[in-house]
Ligand binder design. Sequence first.
Ligand SMILES: [Mn+2]
Length: 326
Amino acid sequence: MILCPEQDWEAVVRQLTAAKHIMLTTHRSPDADGIGSQIALYHVLKNMGKDVTMYNRDVVPRICRYLPQSDAIQVGETPDMIGVDTVVALDAGAFSRLGFPESLFENCCLVNIDHHASNPSYADINVVNADYCATGAMIFDLIQHLRQPISKPCAIAMYAAILTDTASFHLDRVNADVHRMTAELIEAGAEPAVAADAIYDSQPLARLSLLTLALQNLSIEHDGRSAWMHVTQAMLDDTGAKNEDTEGFIDVSRSVQGVEVVVFIRPESDTRWKVSFRGKEGRDVGVVAAQLGGGGHRYASGCAVSGSLEEVYAKVRTVVDDVYAK
Ligand SMILES: [Mn+2]
C-alpha cells in the first residue's frame, strides 16, 4: 500500500541508494514524529548496509525513550561530519528548526522530508507533502520505494510517529489509508498497548501538577471560540516538571466544546516564548502562526515570540482578533 501514489520519491531513493554515510536529524524540541521517523529510517538504512548516525540539537523526549535504539541518537551542537555524504532532515518545517548552522552541511547532499505545508523546500532534494498525516507516514511510503521490508523496530517507531501526530487518530487527515497503514505496522510488530503506555500512561506526577496550575489560567474568549493557556518558568520550577511535559496540554484546552482556535504559551528562554496553536471547525491556524513569523499546518502550528508574557499575549491576541474581525 502506498499512501500518496502521486508522490515522487525517485531522487531520494537514488541518493540514499548511492550514499555511504548518512546522518539523520530532526527539529529542535523533537517530538515523536521527528524521532520516530528518524529511528524508522535508521533501521532501514542500517539494513541496507549503510553507515548511519542520528544527531539532534535537543535531547530525546521522555515519551520516545522506549523506541528501539533511541539511545543511539547523539545530541549536541557540533556533529562529526567527517565521512558524511548525505544528511536527511525529518519533520523540520524550516532549515532553522534544525538548530545547526548552514555551513555544517556545505559538503553534503541535504534531503528534506516533511509534511508541513509552510516548508520552503530548503534542501538539495525535497519531498514536502502536507497530505501526509505525519512524517512517519512518509517514511512508510519511502521504505516501499526503497524496496525494503518493515522490520519490527521500524514499525514500532513509525507507529509512535503516526499515533502522536494525529493526536491519537483525532485529526482531520486521518482516513482509511492511515488506518490501513497502521494495521500494516501492527502486523509488522508495532504494539499499540505498549505505545499507549509509554506515550500517554507513564507521565510523571509533576506533569499533572503542572497541568493543574496551567488549567487555573485557562481562559475562553471570543464568545467561547478561542481558548488560551500558558505555563511560566516559575510554574515549571514549582512543580519540578520539565518543558517537554507540556506536550499535549494544548489538546486539553482544544477539547472544550465550541472552541475553534487554541493558544498555548510556554517559555523557550528567558525572554522568548513558544506559542502553539490548534485549530478546529475550519479555522486555519497555520495562517495565524505565519503572521507571527512561524508556520505549520492548517490545524496545528506554532511560532516563537519575544517579550514579557503580557506582551506575548497582546501580540498573539492582535492576530487572533483579526481572525474574528472577518
Ligand atoms: Mn510531524
